[in-house]
Design a protein around this ligand. Sequence first.
Ligand SMILES: Nc1ncnc2c1ncn2[C@@H]1O[C@H](COP(=O)(O)OP(=O)(O)OP(=O)(O)O)[C@@H](O)[C@H]1O
Length: 662
Amino acid sequence: MNTESPNPETSGSTPSAEPSGAAPGPETPASTPSEEAKAAGAVELPFQAEVQQVLALVINSLYANQEVFLRELISNASDALDKARFLALTREGVAEQAGEPAILITLDDAARTLTIEDNGIGMTRDEVVQNLGTIARSGSLEFLKANAEAAKQKKDGGKLQLIGQFGVGFYAAFMVASRVDVQTRSMLPGAEPVLWRSSGAGSFTVAPGDREHPGTKIVLHLKDDAREYTKVWRIKEIIRKYSDFVHFPIKVNDEVANRSAALWTLPKSQITEEQHAEFFRHVTGGYEGEKPLLTVHLSIDAPVQFHALLYVPEKAPADMFHKDRRGVRLYAKRVLIVEDCDKLTPMYLRFLRGVVDSEDLSLNVSREMLQENRTLSQIEQQIVKQVLKSLKDLSESEPERYAAFWKEFGRVIKEGVTNDWKNKDAIAELCRFESMNTEAGKVISLRDYVAKMPEAQKEIYYVTGLGRHAVEQSPHLEAFRKRGYDVLFLVDPVDEWFVQSLNEFDKRRLKSVMHGDVDLGAEPEKKDEPEASVDAAVAAVKAALGERVKDVRVSRRLTDSASCLVAAEGDPGANFERIMKLIDQNTGESKRILELNPGHPVVKNLNILAGREPGSERVKQWSELLLDQALLVEGVVQEPAKLVRRIQDLLAQVSSAAVSQS
Ligand SMILES: Nc1ncnc2c1ncn2[C@@H]1O[C@H](COP(=O)(O)OP(=O)(O)OP(=O)(O)O)[C@@H](O)[C@H]1O
């Protein structure tokens, strides 16, 4: 299944006649004609280099789970039938489908063949060359990559396991067949029948075919050791295992072998976990054994009727950050409209995969019309509500599973707070962060944070930075730590946008410990000790640093360190500016405020010194050092050499004093 719309008119993509990659154009014959080239009018073409690699692996590896070849072929046939229905309903002049849509499997033990036929959309000659000569599936490329990786690491039996993990689509036929013949005819007006044939060794041939009606018939000439696939009981067993949900009848030697109900229309209780896993694999092209992390199955009647069967995968889909990601499949009255409808789920739920089927959509709806469709946006709203609710339920009932979800998709979910204001609060409930009081790698929810707040604490405090290690030792946290207030560590770049959008949670303001003024009141044990004034020190530092800081003031957030830098309320802050610089959006640097700890001996002494010798070299030097150390804890010192010189000078003075005293 590729990600094109089944509607050739609206998909905007025209299948190219040219096989991509290393293969030459379709009319360039491969150098040595082989056995297969003998069909009348046949042209022999090489497979794209990657296909050859996939085929070599498929054919030469002992395949542990060979039977899945049938699932791949049935899946393709089912997709072809979906596309045919859509085309018949939306385009004039296409060839009529002969008979009811169905998938027919014929077994011939004597001839040792398995034939699978569908009366679906079929393929034109160009499409055959493109689809069966190059790699359509991203799964196959991943398979190649994973195989190369396994080979590098020399994993024992790596190949064996790998093929079990990745479906390789149509090419899986070569696991069991020594030759494959594809007779196909497209529904498109004027399309001629085509015969594609290959033994999977480097090349294939295309020749005029003899198919009368649209559809595709694939004959597998089975290998010696694949004779079991001519047995009816065996084939039925495989169909029940993998393809029971396919919503077209699959007939084996004329007997229906599957339930053929659209899985999403069945009552929840009737669907087994295995069926979900299999359907999930079908819609994601995921690998063997992969299961959904969460299933959301909805049947809604009002205001819009629709069924939705949606899955959250365990691992982020490879295309999650691509613009043209694969979305959810949209059906109207059981007819596939688009294979990747991105209008059904917002960007921050872009990891959802599955199917939506509505009675209230017109089959004629085109891709452009979908952009503005009211029904779709109503469906989307319902989906969002239900998915957010299901995630919340999961977080309560299975916190560990939820933690795995958050690790994989948390970053994406957080985007929702910035762009879905309607559901902002529900999304905020789902968010998790590390904090000063959590162990590294463990997270808490905003709700838990609020529940643990001491009575005196009024606001939710956070610090932003480039990682736990970068913020953990920050002097800005000192006063909070002393008072037993927790501080959230917002260390993901997206968190800067998150806090700009979420001003409050549970009626409590979110407040940066690095911004503006914080008034935590006096330290509990120091209630009656009034702080001595350090006005002279503040004035001296201000004079010494001049324009380099926005202001110098007394700090109420420091207990152990002498100084720290804070952003003025409303200013972007150093972390945000650093991120913008990293993504090449230099916003410049806004000046910050240097805060001095009035209880710190260095500040107290500077206060005395500034009174005695205002403007002296020593006073200037100490002032510089107070700024230097505030920058140093943030890991940004612009001129380290100057800093070292200042420290050396100071050490020289201190050491001389120490020696003369002793
Ligand atoms: N029975 C068929 N009828 C019409 N087209 C087919 C049929 N079988 C395969 N194709 C075409 O060949 C293409 C390649 O098939 P293949 O199974 O290798 O990958 P895929 O189905 O695109 O990938 P995936 O299984 O990941 O969705 C399909 O996308 C489809 O266009």
